[in-house]
Design a binder for this molecule. Structure first.
Ligand code: PXL
Length: 296
């Protein structure tokens, strides 16, 4: 690509408070030594979980203009990383941008942000809008090198019923396999409750045809915004040339460290996100860590 340091186009919302999307992707990727070019899909006062009366300014019409200007100045990207979209049209615009960047050699990471079991609005799941969003996300998965749904999103994309915890290896592999059939090269599923009180990340490496689990540690309460933290680190580690499973383990290590900081402060509300800031200064200076994973 010829960029002095890796350059990532980050297509997510910008939420003023609550730490999701760009307020996580920008600091994390920058701390990893990667240049971030944000294309905001929407500007919100806060994210949408447990906040009422938040403001949302949709930027669908701005996106083609941003892309046209980037094209005009000849910007090339090492990676395109997408997340929260506020309209189905944005998925089309993003897909077309990804298709062109992929032809030029960019890595494509798609986080098909649509909901979480704790966060999901049931009305929304069966709405026309949601059907359009799921259909649009499925198309984006076709362009992707890596997709990173949580279990809820994995079920929405595959039509598989939400599995009861603990989720067994056979069920995990089935989900990974069906997601892979959507067309992405690799698949990573976040927030899998694979035992009573412990979570893992499930990984399918499509080049090696191998399945893995990465332990995310004991979890005794829900956290918000960890999916975006996770995929930001994963994207950065892949841009730095790490192989998929090592990048997946590195990202899990960072999330574990952010959670360790957060649980020291019980006064922090779930909607305030995780305390990843104290970890930023040190974590990436000693990469790679000795992080574990198992083949399943
Ligand atoms: O990725 C989570 C996320 C991103 N963006 C917005 C959100 C959420 C989750 O609540 O509300 C606006």
């Amino acid at each position: 690509m010829g960029n002095v340091i890796p350059r990532v186009a980050a297509i997510h919302d910008l939420s003023g408070f609550g730490k999701v999307s760009l307020t996580e992707a920008i600091p994390i990727l920058s701390a990893m030594g990667i240049e971030v070019c944000p294309m905001p899909t929407a500007v919100l006062s806060t994210h949408t979980y447990e906040f009422q009366n938040y403001t949302l300014c949709d930027l669908t019409e701005e996106m083609p203009k941003i892309i046209a200007h980037w094209d005009a100045i000849g910007l090339g990207f090492d990676a395109v990383y997408s997340g929260y979209m506020s309209s189905a049209k944005q998925l089309e615009i993003t897909g077309e941008f990804m298709r062109r960047q992929k032809e030029k050699g960019a890595l494509i990471v798609v986080d098909p942000v649509m909901g979480d079991n704790a966060l999901l609005d049931v009305q929304m799941v069966y709405s026309d809008r949601m059907r359009d969003m799921v259909g649009g996300m499925e198309k984006l998965c076709e362009f992707a090198d890596v997709i990173t749904p949580n279990v809820t999103e994995a079920c929405m994309l595959t039509g598989i019923d939400y599995p009861n915890a603990p989720v067994h290896n056979a069920e995990i592999k089935q989900l990974l396999k069906q997601l892979h059939e959507l067309g992405s090269r690799h698949v990573v599923i976040t927030s899998v409750m694979d035992s009573e009180n412990s979570m893992c990340v499930a990984v399918y490496d499509g080049d090696e045809d191998k399945y893995y689990k990465v332990d995310c540690g004991f979890v005794n309460r829900p956290f918000h915004g960890t999916g975006d933290v996770y995929t930001s680190v994963l994207t950065g580690a892949l841009c730095k040339g790490m192989r998929l499973i090592d990048a997946a383990a590195e990202a899990a290590g960072f999330v574990r460290a952010a959670i360790r900081q957060t649980v020291r402060h019980p006064e922090i509300k779930i909607r305030e996100g995780v305390l990843f800031e104290p970890v930023l200064a040190t974590y990436f200076s000693s990469m790679p860590h000795e992080d574990g994973f198992v083949e399943i």
